[in-house]
Design a protein around this ligand. Sequence first.
Ligand SMILES: [Zn+2]
Length: 141
Amino acid sequence: MTAHNTHITLKPVSDPYLTDLLDEVSDRYFENTLTASIAWRAPPQTGMRYSVIADSEIEVPPSTFDVKNETIYIHPFLRNSKTPKFVLMYLMYHEGLHNLQTHPKDGNCHDDDFKRKEVLYPKRGKAIAWLKKKGFPVVDW
Ligand SMILES: [Zn+2]
């Protein structure tokens, strides 16, 4: 094993594949109004797991929206598995709704208005089922 093989990057990784997909989501569902950037999140630190099996660990959601940096982060596990496009697009749709939220961000970000719009994603049920199968904590209602 050489030294560079053991190097682990802890910075988010941008990827034209994600950017193009986000453009598609913005165009298809939001009339091109999304302003967020997107990147693969840095790998979770030691002690953080995406799996709900280890409930003593901090659960890492499959995607997050960083309000301050206006950036959607996608879990790095999803980069390496054969993640269907509709799953990634569902996550982008969900975080895209957060991107467009105008009410104070410290309130309930999954309010009734958000939920009403979120369930409109066509393959939502399939996407959530796929993520759950992989052990991700997912919000559902
Ligand atoms: Zn959310």
